[in-house]
Each structure stands twice: as C-alpha cells, then as structure tokens.
Design a protein around this ligand. Structure first.
Ligand code: HEC
Ligand code: HEC
Ligand code: HEC
Ligand code: HEC
Ligand code: HEC
Ligand code: HEC
Length: 348
C-alpha cells in the first residue's frame, strides 16, 4: 500500500543500488541523517540531501527531530516503494517472497491494515501489550507501544543481521551474518547484499546447542526459548530419549536435531519426513545444506521454522507448509497440521 508520494529521480535510484551493494543499509555511508531527521520541521522543497526525500508527516514537530513519528518515519520508505523492502501488510513494493513477511498495526494511528493482515496475525505496531511469555524480559512498551526501533537499530549495526538490536534488553544477543559466500561460523547466510527473500536467506548453526535467532526473540519472549533440560523447556540436553522418558514441555527452538533420537518413537520428529518435503520451512543447519538427507542429520527447528518475524495472514504469523504447491508468505496452501507434518509423521 503506497502511503506517500516520493520524489525519486533515476539518478537517485542508481545511488541507492550502489549503496545497497555495500552489504547492509542504514550503516556507514548508507546512514543518511536527512532520510529520517529534519532540522526545523520545515522543508520547502524536495532536496534529497544525499539520500531519499520523504515529505514531513502531519502533526509535528516530532520528538528527536524526526520527519514523522517513530514508526511512520520508517514506513515512509518501507511501505509500497520499489527501492526498499515493504514490511507492512501485503507486499506492494519489491518482488519476491519476503523472509520477514508483513506487519500489522493497532487501530487509532491513521494507518489501516491491508486485508488479512489483522492484529492476531503477527507483530502489531503501536501495540501496548506485553509480549506473550514476557517472564523476566527487560522489554516494556514505549509510550507509542511497539516500534520498529524496539527491534532494529535506527542508526545501523555493521555486525548485526538486519541491524537487529544488541543493546538494552538484547545485550549479548549477537546475530552475525555472511554475504555472498557462506561462512558456517556466522548465524545467517544472505546469498547477496540487499537480499530479503526466502530463496536468498538461510540459517546456520555455529553452535549446535544454541539458536542466536531464538535467543534474540527471547529478549522479549523470555519463557519460549532455551536448551533441552532447561526448566522452562523440558527435554534432555541435546534431545530426548527414544522412549520419550524426558518429554519437552515447550516446543524446542534449539539444541535438538530433527529425527535425532530415532523416527519410530511416539512424538519424535522424523528426518525422512522433513527430507521428503519439496517445500520446506526454514531450519538451522551446522552443515549449511538444509536438505535433511540421511547425511544432513544436523537440521534444527527454531522460531523462523514456524513464524514470520513480522507476520502474514495466518494466525500468529504461522507458516502452513504442506510440502508441495506454490509457495507464498503463508506457506503453500496447507493447513495448521501441515506445518507440524513437515517434521512429524502424526496425522497422515
Ligand atoms: C528514506 C528511505 C528510508 C527510510 C526513512 C528508512 N529506510 Fe530502511 N531501508 C531503506 C533502503 C533503501 C534500504 C535498503 C534496500 C536495499 O538493500 O536494497 C533499507 C533497508 C533497511 C533494513 C535492512 C538492512 C539490511 O541490510 O539488512 C532495515 C532493517 C531497515 N531498513 C529498517 C528501517 C527502520 C527501522 C527505519 C526507521 C527508523 C527505516 N528503515 C527507515 C530506506 C529507508
Ligand atoms: C533510518 C532513520 C534514521 C536515520 C537515517 C538517522 N536517524 Fe537518528 N534517530 C532515528 C530515530 C527513529 C530516533 C529516535 C530514537 C528513539 O526514539 O529512541 C533517532 C534518534 C537520534 C538522536 C537522539 C539520540 C539517540 O540516538 O536516540 C540523535 C542525536 C540522532 N538520531 C542523530 C542522527 C544522526 C547524526 C544521523 C546521521 C548520521 C541520524 N541520526 C540518522 C532515526 C534515524
Ligand atoms: C521488542 C520486543 C519483541 C521482540 C524482540 C519480539 N517480539 Fe514477538 N511480540 C512482542 C509483543 C509486544 C507482542 C504482542 C503484541 C503484538 O502482537 O505485536 C508480540 C507477539 C508475538 C507473536 C503473536 C502475534 C499475534 O498476532 O498474536 C508472535 C508469534 C511473536 N511475537 C513471535 C516473535 C518472534 C518469532 C520473534 C523473533 C523473531 C519475536 N516475536 C520478537 C514483542 C517482541
Ligand atoms: C518484533 C520485532 C520487529 C519489529 C517490531 C520490526 N521488525 Fe523488521 N525484522 C525483524 C526480524 C527478526 C527480521 C529478520 C527476519 C528473518 O530474517 O527471519 C526483520 C526483517 C526486516 C527487514 C528485512 C526484510 C525481510 O523481509 O526480511 C526490514 C527491511 C525490516 N525488518 C524493517 C522493519 C521496519 C521498517 C519495521 C517497522 C515498520 C520493522 N522492521 C519492525 C524484527 C522486527
Ligand atoms: C514448531 C513450531 C514453532 C516454533 C519452532 C516456534 N513457535 Fe511460536 N507458536 C507456534 C504455534 C503453533 C503457536 C500458536 C499458539 C500455540 O499453539 O501456542 C505459536 C505461538 C507463539 C506466540 C503467541 C503466544 C500467545 O500467547 O499468543 C509467540 C509469542 C511465539 N509463538 C513466539 C515464538 C518464539 C519467540 C519462538 C522461538 C524462540 C517460537 N515461537 C518458536 C509454533 C512454533
Ligand atoms: C522443523 C521441524 C519441526 C516442526 C515444523 C515441528 N516440530 Fe515438533 N519437534 C521437532 C523436533 C526436532 C522435536 C524434538 C524431539 C525430537 O525429535 O527428538 C520436536 C518435538 C515436538 C514435541 C515433543 C515431543 C516430546 O515429548 O519430547 C511435540 C509434542 C511436537 N514437537 C509437536 C509439534 C507440533 C504440534 C507442531 C506443529 C505446530 C510441530 N511439532 C512442528 C521438530 C519440528
């Protein structure tokens, strides 16, 4: 959905593409102050000042000299434009299936949700709710509720995947990434710079007992992540026994490979089931193969296996992946149980 008309010249687009090739954005030379800030809450004409011009939001001046409120300053470029990933509702901008999907918005902020992107279907901008599973999390909603900058560093971070925050509630939550050539010691592999689609992004597992992605989400959803054997998770360190003597209490998000303890026991996942799916949900793999073949027995589910980080049109931003058919951000036309049946054989 296009909200604002941007003044964008051909020359500027070339500039944007050249900057994006550096491998990251809103960092180093691609952090252009005037993209988001304005000195006097007044700008009479559309000078780009080295970046991309967006008009000022109504109702200012805004805190921190921003061109619009915390969320709308980001949406000015990230909703319906061709030069930046569209992150709000349906994808009206760039092409391809977005890895993060689309956000929704709470009512009362002069923005309406795209059809299907309802509040129950993923992260809700301006929501003043506490995160489910908050536990001991240090996150408390700002006066504006949930903002992009509660998850992303507005001034960038060259070391962090997607400029995801690693301070405050996220202290120590590094999420490293490799661009172009995979590096199994990094958490994420982006096949090229400016790659935001599911075919372009995959997840490594540098430490087989950990998920850097799950740990990052845990900063707000404290109770939902951990290793096997942790009080909140149940299970055994590194997996469960084939007799299911030490069952999990919450779904594992790290530490246990698909089919690790044999595929015959009740409730245990099946590697061959996962391998047989043509369309697969994302998993972490310390070998960087992501196939689940008999030799690729190192694949592990985490949050991104079941959820879109921003959301989609399914409840909880879940990915309903049957295994065959045309893949969209919702899955491939499957239903809830097809997600489970990516890795479990119950319910044929
Ligand atoms: C003036 C336009 C503009 C504004 C305003 C803007 N962005 Fe961006 N953003 C871009 C462009 C362009 C890209 C890079 C696209 C590419 O890589 O091809 C980008 C990329 C990103 C990325 C991906 C970075 C990476 O390399 O992985 C994130 C995350 C992001 N923006 C978050 C934000 C947030 C949060 C805000 C608000 C604080 C914001 N953006 C405001 C234009 C903008
Ligand atoms: C992608 C958008 C974006 C760009 C580009 C940007 N800022 Fe910001 N900046 C923000 C947002 C959003 C906040 C508000 C943070 C908050 O509310 O906590 C902010 C806050 C600030 C603050 C207040 C202190 C702080 O860090 O929160 C300063 C100072 C600042 N920016 C300076 C700059 C300068 C200088 C540049 C260029 C080198 C720049 N910003 C580029 C979005 C941006
Ligand atoms: C900055 C804090 C924060 C972080 C980090 C965070 N969340 Fe959330 N999350 C929330 C809040 C607040 C809610 C409840 C309001 C809403 O739906 O947005 C929520 C809700 C959700 C929901 C339920 C959505 C619905 O419509 O009912 C899911 C699923 C979810 N988060 C998954 C994740 C995943 C996966 C990650 C990591 C990629 C993550 N969250 C990271 C704050 C956070
Ligand atoms: C609750 C945390 C959270 C909020 C709020 C959030 N993001 Fe994200 N965003 C993420 C995570 C996590 C990823 C990486 C997801 C992945 O790769 O699986 C991401 C990915 C992105 C990307 C890359 C595009 C893609 O499809 O992968 C951009 C650009 C971006 N976010 C911008 C924004 C902007 C702009 C806002 C606000 C309008 C915002 N985000 C709000 C957590 C969040
Ligand atoms: C195996 C699939 C799976 C994995 C992995 C997974 N989730 Fe979920 N999640 C679900 C399902 C299914 C629901 C729907 C409600 C339910 O059954 O709890 C859900 C619901 C949620 C909710 C909403 C709970 C509420 O009270 O509304 C949040 C928040 C959430 N997940 C966060 C996460 C985070 C964070 C991670 C990673 C640490 C994660 N999930 C990993 C399947 C998964
Ligand atoms: C990407 C793969 C994957 C997906 C998708 C998945 N699971 Fe799992 N699940 C696992 C793995 C791995 C384990 C750990 C147990 C094992 O195999 O050793 C597990 C464990 C479980 C257990 C606990 C078994 C026990 O008692 O220890 C249950 C129950 C379960 N999953 C149900 C579900 C449901 C319901 C869904 C769909 C919402 C789902 N799973 C989706 C891989 C997956």
């Amino acid at each position: 959905m296009k909200r604002l008309t941007l003044l964008l010249t051909g020359a500027m687009m070339v500039g944007v593409v050249a900057l994006a090739a550096a491998g990251d954005f809103h960092v180093g030379t691609s952090l252009v102050c005037s993209d988001c800030h304005v000195a006097h809450y007044s700008q009479s004409h559309g000078a780009t000042l080295g970046g991309i011009f967006t008009p000022l939001g109504a109702g200012g001046p805004f805190n921190n000299l921003l061109r619009d409120d915390d969320n709308k300053v980001c949406l000015a470029c990230h909703n319906g434009s061709s030069f930046a990933p569209d992150v709000f509702g349906a994808n009206g901008g760039t092409t391809g299936i977005r890895q993060a999907g689309g956000l929704n918005v709470a009512s009362g902020h002069n923005l309406s949700n795209d059809p299907g992107y309802d509040e129950i279907n993923g992260h809700t901008l301006y929501s003043t709710a506490l995160p489910p599973g908050h536990g001991t999390s240090a996150y408390t909603p700002s006066a504006d509720g949930l903002r992009c900058i509660d998850c992303h560093a507005q001034h960038g971070s060259a070391a962090q995947y997607r400029n995801l925050l690693n301070r405050g509630a996220f202290t120590g939550d590094t999420l490293t990434y490799a661009v172009g050539v995979n590096d199994l010691t990094k958490d994420v592999y982006e096949r090229s710079a400016a790659a935001y689609t599911i075919d372009q992004v995959d997840f490594n597992e540098p430490s087989p007992r950990r998920s850097a992605y799950g740990k990052w989400c845990q900063a707000c959803h404290q109770d939902f992540h951990g290793q096997g054997g942790d009080a909140n998770m149940g299970g055994l360190a590194g997996g469960v026994t084939s007799t299911n003597a030490t069952p999990w209490k919450r779904h594992p998000t790290a530490d246990v490979n698909i089919g690790e303890s044999g595929s015959s026991a009740t409730f245990i996942s099946s590697l061959s089931q996962f391998a047989s799916r043509t369309n697969k949900v994302k998993v972490m793999d310390s070998q960087g193969l992501w196939t689940g073949s008999s030799t690729d027995n190192t694949v592990t589910p985490s949050c991104m296996s079941c959820h879109k980080a921003h959301g989609n049109t399914n409840g909880f931003g879940l990915i309903f992946m049957n295994g065959t058919g045309t893949v969209t951000e919702q899955g491939d036309g499957g239903v809830y149980k097809d997600l489970c049946r990516q890795c479990h054989s119950e319910g044929a």
